[in-house]
Design a binder for this molecule. Sequence first.
Ligand SMILES: *Cc1c(COP(=O)(O)O)cnc(C)c1O
Length: 403
Amino acid sequence: MISTTPIDSEAEALGFATRAIRTGHQRTAEGEHSEPIFATSSFVFSSAAEAAARFSGEQAGNIYSRFTNPTVRAFEERLAVLEGGESCVATASGMSAILAVCLGLLKSGDRILAARSLFGSTTMLFDKYLTRCGIETDYVPLSDLMAWEAALERDTERRIRLLFCETPSNPLTEMVDLQALAAIAHRYDARLVVDNCFCTPALQRPLALGADIVVHSATKYLDGQGRCVGGAVVGDRKLVGEEVYGVLRTTGPTLSPFNAWVFLKGLETLELRLLAQSRAAADLAIWLTQQPAVEQVYYPGLADHPQHQLVGTQQRTGGAIVAFRVRGGRAAAWRVIDATRLLSITANLGDVKTTITHPATTTHGRLTPEQRDAVGISEGLIRVAVGLEAPADIQADLARGLG
Ligand SMILES: *Cc1c(COP(=O)(O)O)cnc(C)c1O
C-alpha cells in the first residue's frame, strides 16, 4: 500500500491506472479495503494544547471539514498524482474551482486573457461578476497563437496576469497547442490556467506541457456516471497549496466527503472509460461523415480537423465528444434530437450514458446571435457526448432522425 504525499517519486513510477486505483488512501486502524467516508463536520483534539497547535498550523491534522477532511484529501491526493501537480484543492463545483483560482491569483486592476470558446458560466463569471471586482477579460480565438501573443504584446502595462482556456473546446472541439501557449504566457510573466474537463489526465496532462494550473469540473468524467457536482484545482504548492487553498478555507465552497468518495471511485475507472468512450466517439464521427444529412463533423480524431496533429501528442485520443451540423438549421437539428429514444436529452456530459444537446438553444442560449456566430455555434449544430452503450445502438438511435 502506498501512502501518498502528492506526487512522491514512488507514485510517479507507477502506471496511470495503478495510480488512479491505489494512491490517496491511508488505511485506518479498522483495516478497511474501500476508502471510508468521513461524515463529520469537525474533529476532536486530545487536549487544549493540541487544539491550539492545530489552529496555529504548528501541527498538521484535521480541524474542521470546511478545509480538512480525510475523504476529500484522499480525492485531492489521487487527482494531484494523476495530473502531476504538487497540490490539489477540491471544491463544491467546477465553477467554484474557477472562482477560487481567480480570487487566489488576481486583484483589482488585473486582466484575464481567455479563449472565446469557453463554458458559458465561465464567460458569465468573467464578464458579469469579476468585472465588479475590477478584473476585466479579453477574448481571443482559442487556436490562434498569434492572437494570444498580440493581445499580450498590446498590454504594455502588463496587466494580464492570467491566460484561461479549455482544450478541446465545447462543443466544436477546437484545440490549442498548450506547450506553445504556456511559453507565450511565461514570456509575458502571466500564468496559464487550463480547464481539463474534456480530456481529464487520462488523455492530457497540461502541467507537464507547461501550464501552471489545471481546473476540473469533477461533475463530468471524473465522476463518470452523472451523480455528483464537484470540482478541483491542481498546481504547485505556492499557487494552489497556499493561495487557492486559502480562498477555499476562508470562503467555503467545500466538496462534501460523500461527493469526494464518489469521485475517488470514478477515478478508478477513468482511463478505462475514457479510452472506450474515445473509441466509440471516433467510430461515430466517421459514421456521421458518411450521412448525407450531415454537413460537417467536428472531431479531433478526424484527419481534416484543423488541429488533428495534436491528437496522439498533446492529447492521447480525440476524446469522447463529437459535434456535427445537419442540413436544415434548427428544425432539422431538433428533429434528430427528438427522434432519439436511447440518448438522453440533457446538458451534462462525461457520463457512461450518451447525451445529446442542441448548443444554440441550451448551453449557448444566453449568447446573442452575433456572439454565437463569432464562436461558430450554428442552429444546425448538435453535440453528442458518447457514453458506453453498444456503439451500434447509439448509431441506430441517431440514424432515425437523420434518415
Ligand atoms: C461543466 C463545466 C464547468 C462547470 O462545472 P460545474 O461542476 O457544473 O460547476 C466548467 N468547465 C467546463 C468545460 C464544463 O464542462
